[in-house]
Design a protein around this ligand. Sequence first.
Ligand code: GLN
Ligand code: ZN
Length: 754
Amino acid sequence: MKEKTLITGFPRMGENRELKKALEDYWSGKTGIDELQKISSELRKKHWMIQKDNGISLISCNDFSFYDSMLDTAVMINAVPERFRDSKNKTDMYFSMAHGDANSAAMEMTKWFNTNYHYIVPELDDSIEFKADASKIVSEYREALSVGIHPKINIIGPITFLALSKTDDGSDPLKYIDKVTEVYCSILRELSALDETVFIQFDEPVFVRDLPEEYFERLREVYLKFSAVSDNIRIIFTTYFEHSCEAVKALADVPLWGLGLDFVHGKKNIDALKYAQNKIIIAGVVDGRNIWINDFNKSIRLLKEIAAHTGMDRILVSTCCSLLHVPFSSVNEPDSRIKDWFSFAVEKTAEVSLLGRVFHSPEVNESDSRNLVENAMINELMKSSEFRTDASVQEGINEAVKSEREGGFTERQTIQRKKFNLPVLPLTTIGSFPQTPELRKTRRDFRMKNISSAEYESAVKNYIDDCIAFQEEAGLDVFVHGEPERTDMVEYFGEMLKGFHFTKNGWVQSYGSRCVKPPVIYGDVSRPEPMTVKWISYAQGKTKKIVKGMLTGPVTILNWSFVRDDKTRAEVSKQIALALRDEIDDLQKAGISIIQVDEAAFKEGYPLRRENIPAYEEMAVSDFKLACSRAEKDTQIHTHMCYSNFNDIMPVIDSMDADVITIETARSGNKLLKVFRDYGYKKDVGPGVYDIHSARIPDVEEIEKQIRLRMEVLPAGQLWVNPDCGLKTRKWDEVKPALENMVKAVEKIRMDLK
Ligand code: GLN
Ligand code: ZN
């Protein structure tokens, strides 16, 4: 076999986020489609050449997208919702589907498995006429040929596509599998004509979940059909983020060319190799989800372990998933103590290449042996570097045996009710107020040292003054300071905590043209000084009402960062929890009596496999509780979670022991709240009464209706009234009337309750 290496997929944004800029210029009308096409083509070629120069055998095409690959797949099979069908042209239709237009709402977006990448959720119904459109793939393939590359074609597999879709009537989208398979087969026929041999990688990550038996039956049927389409097609069935043993077994007698398996996040895949005796194994050993350099010795050991089941010559070395989830290159990062430890997409490509050579050739060339030595040295350093270990953090962890708060909930509730004396249906918000352009500029100016810290401080304080004054006027009960000092709920804390690093250019696509720059947790986490006390105390000093302290919880910080992998996530989470525990203590000592610990990412952090859930829950709950463990009985702990399905996790939510939980419910009505009632939840709940994702201003009647609906589910005495989530993405013109209406609605209801 001449193929040695494969890259599952490459990021498309470009070294300096060129695609972002090109897209945004196109959307704003600054440039035309030709310019966007030209820049995209240059990016694709550049990214292919990086892989080619590294000697990668199988380089992807169709991993590029203007917006998202699920959306591309929908277009490929003509799964276009009716409201977009009469668009002027294909490009307009595509972007309208992605972010809506004057007449039609955008399609929904949701997170891709357990990553922070969002895909567009396909909408299926019987009016769709599934038919093939392989034009995007064909043109990218030809483009690759023009630069001397015979690429493999990446396509999201039909079962994953359907499993992640929604139907108009809530029925199982798999009902469309026959029609969709037919369309895929005709696409395969068309693609088979492109080259002498055509490699097609079907991404089927849905098979890393626990699935009902039916899925495996469909899996066999579909891939048997695919494998019969044409002799010159080499099919690679790829999964990632976990093991997919059941799928490998189901495919045992289906004649596919290769299986792409994640051996970084799915060690159990080794157990499935006995069912893959007739297939090439694309061994994902280079981590596509994290930014640390590979440990070559470890990877070679792993490859040998795999080879013990398959034989050496049936192995291709690969990334464990697409490199979409890591930044472009670490070369341009400023020098730092940890720069050598980084490996982003470009560096990971070189790692795959080197591992392929070293693993497959009997002799190692000079430069590779130098690299191997250097790699071993860096890995050794990473393990032993003093600056990433902090003995006092370790001591803190050893001492922190107590994670239970004083007093049970009922006792705390009595004490808190007496102390706060809040009216029924207390009114509050989730934390942030609008992040105005001026505010962003203030923070930027401060960062660039264009303004002094005194100037910065007074600008932030002015903003807090305005927030407090507004809440006073509007008549809310529990106030917030508005979070003007925070760009982001994780970044802010990362910058204040030890053990975090911020990259200069470590952008990762989040959705469409939007990129995020996750913090890097490289060392033991500790809190050199209080992080929020100054701002919250300032706000509290301006009012007689209670101002909530506002923190981000351990699991959310963990989920939205790149985390060191020399320690378990549970250890890192515990360190964060301890830092937060001290912060909560300082806040209450400063007279703050209500403290909110946001766990926006609590639910999305759940493992993909049931077998890993207990450990996750144990970590998430115990560290949340550890963070809150010093809260006095008369300090009220709130938590907030963004849109989550609580069905299976009520006992877990309950065991977090927060006095109040605020959740996002406006779009789903009472559905989520009923779960709390059915479970018999006794603590306070603040179900969101209006959607903050849209600019629409809800009127008094609408909010009143929402609240009354909530009161049908839980007694008024257990309910708080608040918007769905933070208000930072909204404008003051929207926020002010919306909150005023919320207050009026509650006042009306309170009158009736008297
Ligand atoms: N306190 C944060 C805010 O209001 C919570 C954000 C979130 O849940 N995503 O912005
Ligand atoms: Zn939220």
